[in-house]
Write a protein that binds this ligand. Structure first.
Ligand SMILES: *[C@@H]1O[C@H](CO)[C@@H](O)[C@H](O)[C@H]1NC(C)=O
Ligand SMILES: *[C@@H]1O[C@H](CO)[C@@H](O)[C@H](O)[C@H]1NC(C)=O
Ligand SMILES: *[C@@H]1O[C@H](CO)[C@@H](O)[C@H](O)[C@H]1NC(C)=O
Ligand SMILES: *[C@@H]1O[C@H](CO)[C@@H](O)[C@H](O)[C@H]1NC(C)=O
Ligand SMILES: *[C@@H]1O[C@H](CO)[C@@H](O)[C@H](O)[C@H]1NC(C)=O
Length: 916
């Protein structure tokens, strides 16, 4: 719990930081602006006492700390921690539960702990160094999902000492109220936040738990699904274990189920991949059979011993057996430890090297793709893998997978990736969450939602770049990028594509790896999952449109990854004119006549759809009726196609189509989207969410094949959303109309002088102020934190479409933008782990300082941020933004990009065409 004493300690340890960043000046501003605020509010007594206390004590008061914390939580996206993690104040002090605040004497007493990255990283890195020193041959580490995923809500239940519960708690539609209340009473906290208030409404409760209420007897859950334990001394676990997932329940219930399932049942990842910025990565293999967490494995103990902690004996646990000597208060400094690791020999041992990849080519302004990236010779890969004497676990898994995939007929591939599609009362949003890693609704927490998505795509891009794996933004994701360098705020996932060759490399090196962000940049953790039918390149039964996913293990949100390759998929209508031109000079029938059909696999997969149908006639017992139906459907489809005349490749068989598509250089994903090499290559390097990303050479060309692209870049309304170019953002149109004060609906708001569709520059300030006055604070935070990233995209476009300079001149400027400006961009969103960490702290602090002061802090911090953001707008508008100025070591201006590029004014037609 935060207190004045803790505040003083915090002040001592942070004074230098505060001075450095002039936060103290901000705080004085806050204090005085509140004095002013409170004159009318009637609570100035409290405030005066508070100010007096600062004057006399010359240290941070609780309100000052709160203001600093609030500012950091909302407007500082740097990865710096607000405090240090220590043995005594963190690990051994219970952070929650009935005994919150109690100090344990040793780690043996831990029944639960929070998976703080500082703790887990420090311990893991120390262990790797030890293993290196001992020259262990078979270096695998133990692993528990408990250490590498969010178990906050789960831990609240582990902390219980009195209240008990059974399997029903994890499987019923909603929690049972008396039980929930008993739990919350014991832990003196809510179990969850999202929708918690709904539980207090008896009518809602009755409707939601209808199934449970109508059924009188308690359900007996089979052991295969859920097991119950009576042993009260169980650590790091609940009295029940989920062994099978069943989504027919509300999000908070399912979240608990998935955590229990992960912890007790879901297999270990094959490896941990540690990222170094966006330029290297390190793979550590995981013992598939050792599920112990850092306490159970002894890693934690040996970390502490290395740091001078002698084991404290704990006689019978009754507290009389102190060893006398006081242990040092160990600091878990994982950044320091990571720096040491990276410079050590140990790092060399784990560094990932993909011999097939030339990482340097990735670092250019344009990345040229050759056509051989879009075909893979699977039999030769299998042969190569089989010749490896001691294949590592990733190679083994990949080889196994290829063999299975080679025997999988497109019509028969079973669905591989699974979404939490059937969660009760979740508006179908479960379709956008991986089932295993689902961790709560999130839809009611728009800020955290945006932060998670932001971290997710940043990490995918950093991860692929650090390994030279080629990927580019596709579909809605690249559409969003086109506007302001960010995803559309209403999108729930990301779409990226890769050439098939790199999808294979991704699988071979990282399938089933838990990929971790460089801890000096953030705390993201992602699981990579690739389907088991990677060699199937046509849609077939349509169950596996997505090839792979990069999944946030703390939320289940993901990036959809699709491979592009040559296949026999009939060309899309959009490519009719390309095809017509090509077929005039290319005779597919004679060309393919003597060629083998490369898509033929083995077993059932060696047959085309007609042969498969013949086979089922004699072996119908081997197929389900659904499968037979599907095959029938595909046979009819193929027959009609071969007899038809209305499609680009009508009349041709799969082998002919394969060779035509190959020669035409038209590639497709398993969802029948086609892109030509001409539209793709060379990929253009740009920035998305503040990190380097690649987009197709002809973005407008690609998008026009998929969407109704508008012609003009400007104010735009689409499906209830509006793009406001002046604010660099999309808004819900109704929300925008509110803070634009259209029709002067609210007399307390300022009235903008220009129409929102043609906004005058000074009105931006009014919009920002109104946004805050109406309480759209999260929206404002997003605009503030994204300002530089969106400005970057604006500048890029201004240079790209500047018709007064030559192409070479533009390339030169864009090169400077990319190399000198882009690396300065901070993330447009805060790290989600840190955000939650600080938010929990803020809630505790809030409880001690009271609502009135809290509101005053909101107001003061936001007023300041709004002034800063406005200054940034003005500086950019007046062509003196620091962001676009590069300086040498002496601080002299080297290049000033402020004066380059053409301001995009309306009317224009720049969305219609590609710049190069
Ligand atoms: C990788 O990135 C880090 C952080 O920016 C940098 O210090 C390091 O020199 C880079 N290493 C290579 C090989 O480029
Ligand atoms: C990826 O791993 C999963 C799980 O082990 C496996 O089923 C799948 O076949 C693998 N995919 C590839 C392409 O290696
Ligand atoms: C399927 O079986 C029929 C009858 O035996 C035969 O005429 C036809 O050629 C077979 N089709 C294929 C593609 O094997
Ligand atoms: C550049 O484009 C603008 C807007 O499309 C147009 O008004 C102007 O004439 C063009 N200038 C040149 C030199 O082509
Ligand atoms: C944008 O970047 C500039 C230069 O790095 C920085 O001074 C400014 O504070 C940033 N603005 C915002 C709103 O983050």
């Amino acid at each position: 719990m935060w207190s004045r004493r803790v505040g003083a300690r915090w002040l001592r340890s942070h004074l230098s930081i505060i001075r450095k960043f002039g936060v103290l000046a901000l705080l004085v501003f806050i204090v005085y602006s509140q004095l002013y605020l409170f004159h009318s509010g009637g609570t100035n007594e409290t405030l005066k006492g508070w100010i007096d206390s600062i004057r006399s004590e010359q240290k941070l008061s609780s309100a000052e700390f709160a203001a600093y914390l609030y500012r950091k939580m909302k407007y500082d996206t740097s990865p710096n921690w607000i405090d240090t993690y220590t043995l005594n104040e963190n690990l051994l002090t219970l952070p929650l539960g009935p005994k919150q605040g109690t100090k344990l004497r040793s780690i043996e007493e831990l029944r639960f702990y929070e998976s703080d990255p500082r703790l887990t990283w420090s311990v893991l890195l120390e262990h790797l160094q030890t293993a290196e020193a001992e020259r262990k041959e078979n270096r695998v580490v133990s692993f528990s999902w408990y250490d590498w995923s969010d178990f906050h809500m789960f831990n609240k239940l582990v902390s219980l000492q009195e209240v008990n519960f059974g399997c029903g708690f994890l499987y019923e539609t909603a929690f049972e109220l008396t039980q929930l209340e008993a739990i919350e009473k014991e832990i003196n906290d809510v179990l969850f936040i999202s929708d918690r208030l709904k539980y207090n409404d008896p009518k809602w409760m009755e409707a939601t738990r209808k199934k449970e209420i109508e059924r009188n007897d308690p359900v007996v859950y089979p052991e295969s699904r859920c097991r119950r334990y009576s042993d009260k001394s169980r650590k790091f676990n609940l009295p029940v274990e989920a062994h099978q997932l069943d989504e027919q329940c509300r999000p908070e219930v399912f979240a608990l189920q998935t955590r229990s399932y992960l912890l007790n049942h879901y297999k270990n990842p094959i490896s941990l991949t540690l990222m170094e910025h966006d330029n290297s990565s390190y793979r550590v293999f995981v013992d598939p059979n050792d599920r112990s967490n850092i306490q159970q494995s002894g890693y934690l103990k040996s970390f502490l011993q290395k740091n001078g902690v002698t084991t404290v004996h704990n006689d019978n646990g009754n507290g009389n057996g102190r060893s006398g000597k006081k242990n040092p208060n160990v600091v878990f400094d994982h950044w320091k430890q990571y720096n040491i690791f990276l410079q050590s020999n140990t790092a060399n041992h784990y560094r990932t090297v993909i011999p097939e990849i030339d990482k340097v080519s990735y670092d250019r302004d344009f990345v040229h793709l050759s056509d051989d990236l879009f075909e893979v010779n699977v039999p030769s890969i299998i042969e190569e893998l089989e010749s490896i004497e001691n294949p590592n676990p990733h190679d083994k898994e990949y080889l196994e997978s290829l063999k299975i995939s080679r025997e999988t007929h497109p019509a028969l591939a079973s669905k591989f990736l699974s979404e939490a599609a059937h969660i009760t009362q979740f508006n179908g949003m479960g379709y956008h969450r991986d089932k295993r890693f689902f961790n709560g609704a999130l839809i009611h927490d728009p800020l955290e939602y945006q932060l998670r998505l932001n971290a997710l795509i940043r990490n995918w891009l950093k991860f692929t770049r650090s390994n030279g794996l080629i990927t580019w933004l596709a579909h809605g994701t690249v559409y969003g990028q086109l506007y302001n360098g960010l995803t559309f705020p209403w999108d729930n996932d990301f779409d990226v594509q890769m050439p098939i060759k790199h999808l294979h490399l991704l699988s071979r090196y990282f399938n089933q790896s838990l990929i971790m962000e460089d801890p000096r940049e953030g705390n993201g953790k992602y699981f990579l999952d690739v389907t088991n039918s990677i060699t199937v390149r046509t849609s077939g039964n349509g169950f596996n449109n997505i090839d792979a996913r990069f999944i946030d293990v703390d939320s289940g949100l993901y990036v959809d990854i699709t491979g592009l390759s040559v296949s026999s998929t009939p060309l899309s209508d959009k490519l009719t004119s390309d095809y017509k031109k090509f077929s005039a000079i290319f005779d597919s029938k004679s060309y393919a006549k003597d060629k083998k059909w490369p898509e033929r696999g083995e077993g059932l997969a060696s047959m085309d759809i007609f042969e498969l149908q013949n086979y089922t006639a004699d072996h119908s017992d081997k197929f389900s009726s659904d499968q037979l139906k599907k095959i029938e459907e595909l046979v009819n489809h193929e027959r009609n196609f071969q007899q038809g005349t209305d499609k680009p490749e009508s009349g041709s068989n799969p082998n002919e189509r394969y060779w035509t598509n190959k020669e035409l250089k038209a590639y497709n994903c398993r969802n029948n989207h086609f892109v030509t090499l001409e539209l793709l290559s060379p990929l253009t390097s740009t920035v998305f969410h503040g990190v380097h990303a690649l987009v197709p050479r002809k973005v407008a060309g690609v998008l026009k094949n998929e969407y109704n692209l508008p012609k003009q870049f400007g104010f735009e309304v689409f499906d209830g959303k509006a793009y406001l170019p002046a604010l660099h953002s999309w808004f819900n149109y109704n929300v925008l109309k509110r803070f634009a004060n259209s029709n002067s609906w609210n007399t307390k708001l300022q009235k903008i002088k220009s129409p929102i569709s043609k906004l005058d520059f000074p009105d931006i300030k009014l919009l920002l102020d109104n946004m805050l006055k109406l309480g759209y604070n999260d929206l404002f935070t997003i605009c503030y934190n994204a300002f530089n990233v969106t400005s970057y995209r604006y500048k890029e476009r201004e240079i790209q479409f500047d018709n007064s300079s030559s192409k070479n001149e533009k390339f030169k400027l864009l090169h400077i933008l990319r190399n000198d400006v882009a690396p300065q961009l901070s993330s447009p969103g805060k790290d989600p782990y840190m955000f939650n960490y600080e938010r929990r702290m803020w809630r505790k602090v809030g409880a001690t300082i009271g609502n009135t002061i809290m509101r005053a802090i909101h107001k003061a911090v936001e007023t300041q941020a709004s002034n800063e953001l406005w200054s940034s707008y003005v500086a950019t508008h007046e062509g003196r933004s620091e962001l676009f100025i590069t300086r040498n070591e002496l601080g002299d201006v080297e290049i000033d990009l402020n004066n380059h590029g053409r301001k995009i004014t309306e009317p224009n037609t720049i969305l219609e065409s590609d710049p190069f």
